[in-house]
Ligand binder design. Structure first.
Ligand code: 7TS
Length: 417
């Protein structure tokens, strides 16, 4: 039983966190983890686990090929998941939704199937210094192979984008702007709508890496008017192995396939082939069927809640955590942007982040320590690593108290005053 121990929780009494926690089997086991690594991956509710099990137990057949009832049921469930995804991000229809294995594969798809065929020497790709490696490396590879130039929007000390030179960075040579929506290190929510509008003005395409934003915010790709939008199922209560690339239809039609194989073809001869309709042209081979169905269940779980309440609760939790962490001697928190998501990176003087994470683990507190696959940020800050706590709406302020008490214990253990 979770007691509402602090003012923070009492003021959000309308969100029944106890009931939410009951939906997550891992939070009802014999050893309940204090799980504060939600930016890496989230826990899964029973409804998601049972949707996956149901597929394997009741209609475990391949999709788009079987004339028998089980295969038709599997195909319907897989395509229903595409419909749910389109509704979840307000895409015009499900043909805009390409299932991938995750955000990483979604961005690689764009870099390979669009970038390789459309970029040339003299062209510029614009990303930010705040990107996850998933939105850096594919562009480095494509720049290397096409002769295009990769440029970066710099960041400030406090973890925001420095847009002071944006009119030079975003210029007629820019062919695509690929940007992170919410930082997985600072939590910063970037002004992507403003940057998309600016990119459109000069005819550049836009890609939003929404891996960290979609789990916490309602998003509307139609209103954003971006060309590509990528996210992962496992960071939003869904299974691993499933992700989404929203892509505008004209671009899908014009793009080359990403991978070749079954599913993505219309006609194959010994000499040449033609492609399936979009979006299936980009889904070569047997897809991650159970995972797509599980993602659909995760979206249903999230939309069954009052999202305004969820957002308010996570915001309150984050503010409470910042305030509590700031009371610890030797604490540095990186990034102070507003608006922000529920992610806090920090260091404690005298303790290496890996040592801290290890001591916290002994207290049953799971956090991440390292460079968070964002080494350009670490270089900019002149550090090699941080400890990171990241929250979801099933976390409580009591868990944040445990985090802070464990950090105090780690300080004592290290002999710090
Ligand atoms: N983009 C962002 C902003 C991310 O935070 C991550 C994963 C990815 C892309 C890649 O997602 P994937 O599902 O394809 O792996 N971020 C993290 C993290 O912060 N800790 O572990 C994974």
């Amino acid at each position: 039983m979770i007691t509402m121990a602090t003012k923070e929780d009492q003021s959000s009494a309308t969100l029944d966190v106890n009931a939410i926690r009951h939906d997550f089997p891992i939070l009802s086991g014999s050893t309940v983890p204090i799980y504060l690594d939600n930016a890496a991956t989230t826990l899964k509710p029973a409804s998601v686990i049972s949707a996956i099990n149901k597929y394997y137990e009741e209609y475990s057949a391949n999709v788009h090929r079987s004339i028998y009832a089980l295969g038709e049921k599997a195909t319907k469930a897989y395509e229903d998941a595409r419909e749910k995804t389109a509704r979840f991000i307000n895409a015009p229809d499900s043909s805009h939704i390409i299932f991938t294995s995750g955000t990483t594969e979604a961005i690689n798809l764009v870099a390979y199937a669009w970038g390789r065929y459309n970029l040339k020497p003299g062209d510029e790709i614009l990303i930010t210094e705040m990107e996850h490696h998933s939105n850096i490396i594919p562009w480095q590879l494509v720049a290397r192979d096409t002769g295009a130039t990769l440029r970066y929007i710099p960041i400030t000390e406090n973890g925001s984008l420095d847009l002071s030179n944006i009119d030079e960075l975003l210029n007629p040579k820019t062919k695509i702007v690929a940007m992170i929506h919410q930082s997985n290190v600072f939590g910063t929510l970037n002004p992507v709508a403003q940057l998309i509008a600016k990119a459109k003005d000069i005819g550049a395409l836009t890609l939003v890496d929404a891996a960290q934003s979609v789990p916490h915010l309602p998003v509307d790709v139609a209103a954003l008017d971006c060309d590509f939008f990528a996210f992962s199922g496992h960071k939003m209560l869904g299974p691993t192995g499933i992700g989404v690339l929203y892509a505008r239809l004209e671009l899908q039609e014009a793009m080359e396939p990403f991978q070749g194989g079954g599913e993505m073809i219309q006609q194959v001869t010994m000499d040449s082939s033609t492609w399936n309709d979009v979006p299936w042209k980009f889904e070569a081979g047997t897809p991650n069927i159970a995972q797509a169905i599980g993602l659909g269940a995760a979206m249903e779980y999230i939309t069954s809640k009052d999202r305004t309440l969820l957002i308010q609760y996570e915001k309150r939790l984050t503010n409470y955590a910042i305030k509590s962490l700031q009371d610890i001697t030797g604490m540095t928190i990186y990034g102070d942007s507003d608006p922000r998501g529920p992610v806090i990176s920090f260091n404690v003087d005298g303790i290496h982040p890996h040592d801290l994470a290890q001591v916290l683990d002994q207290h049953n507190v799971a956090v991440r320590a390292g460079h968070h696959c964002a080494q350009p940020i670490m270089n900019r800050l002149g550090i090699t690593a941080t400890t990171r706590a990241s929250f979801f709406f099933y976390n409580t302020s009591k868990e944040i108290d445990s985090l802070c008490e464990s950090i105090e214990d780690a300080r004592k253990f290290m002999g710090l005053k």
